[in-house]
Design a protein around this ligand. Sequence first.
Ligand code: 4NP
Length: 149
Amino acid sequence: MKILMVCLGNICRSPLAEGIMKIKVPESFFVDSAGTISLHEGEHPDKRAIKTAANHNIDISKQKSRPVTKADFDTFDKIFCMDIDVYEDVISKAQNEEQRRKVSLFMSALGDHENAEVPDPYWGDMNDFEAVFQLLDRGCDAIKNQILS
Ligand code: 4NP
């Protein structure tokens, strides 16, 4: 099972989602993340994201930002988008129905949060990053349970 987490810059939300998911799933899983913009390509995650993950004993410091590519739609089985803008951008890059079926909103895994978004903590503070971590942790549990059940 190959899972791709996608946000805008690939320096805050999706690196955290990648780091959280990696410690929840079996080693046979491949988990990666990407962004819809290439502004931060090659950069490590935002320092606040690295610190928040480290507070939970997760090391995301070695990740590097990269943009989503067309090849991702073949490589990955499931592509989770952090908000609706990201979802629409990713869907617009899919080339057929099979690829479109792989794409969903991350928060839709939490049934009571249909259409809900993972808020962007980039313009916020450490409390916002911690709140996003908690949301991503719950979402990753829900995704893991769906996949493994
Ligand atoms: P992310 O957060 O999509 O969770 O990685 C952002 C990172 C960078 C920017 C916006 C959001 N930016 O405008 O540079």
